[in-house]
Design a protein around this ligand. Structure first.
Ligand SMILES: Cc1cc2nc3c(=O)[nH]c(=O)nc-3n(C[C@H](O)[C@H](O)[C@H](O)COP(=O)(O)OP(=O)(O)OC[C@H]3O[C@@H](n4cnc5c(N)ncnc54)[C@H](O)[C@@H]3O)c2cc1C
Length: 479
């Protein structure tokens, strides 16, 4: 069902949700099933799921880059997903590899594998860093580089995290804020890394496995959308939000473009998962100059996804290969079939290569065919030759893949956040809405919390939301 009748008036307070990624859909489901609110979701694309969606290529379900649901997902959310997906929510073993100094290291890390495969010089370096740790001081506690080098020592940082960070986020680690280390790296000290390794033996495989839906990661969002619709939420696809029409500190209506025409829908409350900068740009009358200036300072890193359709059953036994080294432009290569363990379709598999790049940069300008050739050459260069015929190359270009925490970004974000907090009936959440590095389970936690802050009369409880926001600060991304 994709008929958008958002113009129709109903007696219930109207909550308009912007974006049908997992955050927007989970909030819609939680609100609609109360039965006392009218809920409309506006999504610019023709499919749900946002960056956590899936699509089909030559019979293979593929995701927007490597996606897995982490076992760290809170029990309540996991139980809900289990009830929506049933036996389709699979528990799968993790089986990846990291390329380091010309060798392959298993990921998740395994103590014996590390001892046998890490270059001896690297091992000696880490041992020396561990011994010197009590004497290590850092003068730079404000940058990603300073915080991480103090916690992990020189070897792991210089050989792994620093080149990987620069590749992923496009800036030298000294220019990235310390928050990026705290929120993005769960093993940010040698002690935490050691505990992760120890857990490999003691936690009954937790951290060595993940949840994954049988029909691709996007099945999570599809199930949430179905449940929301069953609870009478309306999900308008192909509806690009173009303006939030305000009177004083209240949004009165949301304007969107759909199939060439412009529509307006009145709103009692608006929950937005749009990139926060884009949200601010869409508010009318326009936000003050300083707020728009701050919005312009916040940057996202782009990501090219290059899918190669291969005429073979399987390319490798691994779900993902990670490439921290600077000589390799790709950050990761994944094989979607290995995530679900699907045996179908026979004689076909897809590789998904992740190439961090921003619009306007040379890689972004390349054609699909050129990118396909480049990927084949790059992976052959690290000992992964593509031997089977390449049946097709398809790309997806994500403009807002990763928030970039450049030093000083906090001040710009605070200006936006403070100004948006004055809006009585608007709340922004989700990965791009709060400009956070997150996992899907974090986006779902935010969605549950956002829904909780909407009263039966469609009013927002900003005090409760501020308390939730403080708790979100403890979220750390799981890799
Ligand atoms: C490469 C990559 C790998 C990842 N891997 C993992 C992983 O392994 N595990 C994990 O848990 N998480 C992973 N994540 C994070 C995960 O994708 C996010 O947590 C999740 O997508 C966030 O959901 P969201 O609803 O907040 O935002 P999004 O998924 O970004 O959804 C926002 C929605 O808003 C819509 N929208 C934007 N502008 C407009 C507009 N003007 N009008 C209407 N609609 C609009 C978009 O089309 C989109 O559908 C990964 C992310 C990336 C980029």
């Amino acid at each position: 069902m994709n008929e958008c009748t958002a113009q129709a008036g109903l007696a219930f307070p109207h909550v308009v949700i912007l974006g049908a990624g997992p955050a927007g859909l989970a909030a819609a489901w939680r609100l609609a099933r109360r039965g006392t609110l009218r809920v409309t979701v506006l999504e610019q694309r023709e499919e749900v799921g946002g960056y956590a969606g899936s699509f089909t290529l030559e019979g293979c379900r593929v995701d927007y880059g490597s996606h897995r649901l982490h076992p760290a997902t809170p029990r309540e959310i996991l139980e809900d997903l289990r009830s929506l997906l049933g036996a389709d929510l699979l528990r799968r073993p993790r089986h990846g590899r990291i390329r380091l100094q010309g060798r392959w290291i298993h990921f998740p890390l395994q103590p014996l594998d590390l001892l046998t495969h890490l270059p001896p010089q690297f091992l000696l370096g880490v041992a020396a860093d561990a011994v010197c740790k009590p004497f290590r001081t850092s003068t730079d506690s404000h940058s990603f580089a300073g915080v991480l080098e103090r916690g992990l020592g020189r070897t792991i940082c210089r050989e792994f995290y620093f080149p990987y960070a620069e590749k992923l986020w496009g800036f030298p680690p000294t220019e990235l804020a310390a928050t990026q280390a705290r929120r993005r790296i769960s093993g940010d000290s040698l002690g935490k890394l050691a505990r992760k390794l120890q857990a490999a033996f003691t936690r009954n495989g937790q951290g060595r496995s993940f949840y994954y839906p049988r029909r691709g990661y996007g099945q999570i969002s599809e199930a949430l959308a179905e449940a929301a619709r069953a609870a009478r939420a309306e999900i308008c696809l192909g509806a690009e939000v173009t303006a939030l029409l305000c009177a004083g500190p209240r949004v009165r209506a949301v304007q969107f473009r759909r199939h060439g025409s412009t529509h307006r829908v009145p709103a009692d409350a608006v929950l937005s998962t749009l990139p926060v900068q884009r949200l601010v740009e869409r508010i009318e009358p326009p936000a003050p100059e300083n707020v728009r200036g701050a919005a312009a300072q916040l940057q996202f890193r782009g990501l090219l996804l290059i899918y190669l359709v291969l005429a073979q059953d399987r390319f490798s036994e691994f779900d993902a290969h990670y490439f921290p080294e600077p000589a390799m432009p790709l950050s990761r290569l994944s094989e979607p079939k290995n995530y679900s363990g699907a045996s179908e379709p026979r004689g076909r598999t897809v590789l998904c290569a992740e190439l961090p790049a921003d619009p306007g940069q040379p890689y972004w300008q390349m054609s699909d065919a050129e990118l396909g050739h480049a990927v084949c050459a790059w992976v052959a260069g690290v000992g992964l030759p593509v031997a089977a015929p390449v049946l097709g190359v398809v790309t997806r270009r994500l403009r807002c893949a990763y928030p970039v925490y450049r030093r000083g970004y906090e001040e710009h974000f605070a200006v936006l956040d403070h100004w948006l907090a004055q809006m009585e009936n608007l709340l922004t959440f989700g990965r791009q809405g709060l400009f956070v590095h997150d996992n899907t389970h974090h986006a779902l936690i935010m969605a549950y919390a956002a829904a909780e802050c909407v009263s039966e009369r469609g009013e927002l409880d900003h005090t409760a939301w501020r308390a939730h926001r403080r708790r979100f600060e403890a979220h750390v991304v799981e890799d």
